[in-house]
Design a protein around this ligand. Structure first.
Ligand SMILES: *[C@@H]1O[C@H](CO)[C@@H](O)[C@H](O)[C@H]1NC(C)=O
Length: 367
């Protein structure tokens, strides 16, 4: 869950490295506003009035279900992506069983339908800390009332399993799961610190199948130097901002696409917006393997600062991010949260937006 954490960890890391002025950081080549400009787009955001952050949406029959941060992970349903969206209940009946972070209102859930069950991966953390955990709950139905919380899948910072690569340097939030060939599943996660990592999941999809460090893939980072040094402090990243988060992997033959959000996510001051192009945008790389490496349009590895912008601020739309891709019949739909410049820039102003995707030379374009 990007949100407040991203902002705080950025602020904290900036303060701790005060000898390097902020504008210098933002002017590093990969932070240059032009990095994100001129993404191809043929249609603006299909907007809604549904307030949400980091949406995860599935379709079951004719009903769409959206899962999001909120007390006990909130579930909404609707007859179409445009709405009307109605609150139907929560995933958890009580606080997460994981004794960490914001267990009352876990962040950035991702729901997966696989092997006859619904899996809801969620994260518990605190703003500006990587003492975090990814948990999972399962249910036979997508709505409320039948979920079982299984607790920790992976954790960073403190607790069993947090000592080795990648958990000694990563932040276990923003989980998503991709199922590759032969049904092998992988958990992809991360925010700030060393960016996005991936580890194999067991066949039960609720625990890791992780025995040696080489099974951990470092998939996205804007600060390559950060990968080499351990351990990262819990409450700040001395390498400065590495604002990549919200990863999600979609598959449209023959490519796996790794989507992520880049930049400043939220809590904008309309009188003092960050330099254009440094606010959230939606970026992508692709690979023939769910394990990467994922390369952008120019052939640059996302693990080394790559990432082609597929969608960013345009028209009324500001700072789109927290994206995932829904397979809706024959159409892939990119959905995300965004701010409407004519409405407001605060955290709670974020709403659901979406664009169908078309693929040009194997690269997704929002239409
Ligand atoms: C933004 O809000 C204005 C005013 O309510 C509305 O006309 C416009 O369609 C909205 N745009 C988006 C992308 O939501």
């Amino acid at each position: 869950m990007p949100s407040v954490l991203a902002v705080l960890s950025f602020v904290i890391s900036t303060v701790l490295s005060a000898s390097i002025p902020l504008h210098t950081r933002w002017n590093e080549p990969s932070f240059a506003p032009t990095h994100g400009a001129n993404f191809p787009i043929s249609d603006p955001t299909h907007g809604t009035d549904f307030n949400i952050h980091d949406p995860s949406i599935i379709r079951a029959g004719d009903t769409y279900y959206a899962y999001s941060v909120g007390h006990h992970i909130v579930i909404h349903s609707a007859p179409s992506l445009s709405g009307p969206w109605k609150r139907v209940g929560t995933v958890l009946e009580k606080d997460s069983v994981i004794p960490k972070g914001d267990r009352k209102a876990p962040w950035a859930p991702t729901v997966l339908h696989a092997k006859g069950k619904y899996y809801c991966y969620y994260s518990v953390s605190q703003s500006g800390s990587r003492n975090s955990a990814i948990g999972v709950a399962t249910s036979l139905t997508p709505g409320a009332g039948q979920w079982t919380d299984h607790g920790v899948v992976a954790q960073s910072g403190k607790g069993p399993g947090s000592g080795g690569i990648p958990f000694d340097r990563a932040n276990t939030i923003d989980p998503s799961v991709v199922i590759g060939e032969g049904g092998k599943a992988y958990l992809t996660f991360g925010s700030f610190w060393t960016g996005i990592w991936q580890v194999p999941l067991g066949d039960n999809l609720i625990s890791l199948d992780f025995k040696k460090p080489a099974q951990a893939k470092h998939l996205v980072s804007d600060a390559p130097a950060a990968a080499g040094s351990v351990p990262e402090p819990l409450n700040s990243d001395p390498h400065g901002p590495n604002p990549v988060e919200g990863s999600f992997i979609s598959y449209t033959a023959p490519w796996y696409y790794l989507w992520f959000s880049y930049g400043n996510c939220c809590d904008f001051d309309p009188k003092n917006l960050p330099p254009a192009g440094t606010e959230y945008s939606i970026r992508v790389g692709r690979s023939k393997s769910p394990r990467g490496p994922f390369l952008d349009r120019e052939g640059k590895d996302l693990a080394n600062g790559g990432g082609a912008v597929v969608y960013g601020s345009n028209g009324d739309t500001y700072a789109p991010g927290g994206q995932q891709v829904l397979k809706d019949g024959d159409t892939d739909i990119l959905y995300y949260h965004y701010l409407n410049k004519t409405i407001g820039y605060s955290f709670n102003d974020a709403r659901l937006g979406f664009n169908p995707l078309k693929y040009v030379d194997g690269w997704p374009v929002a239409v």
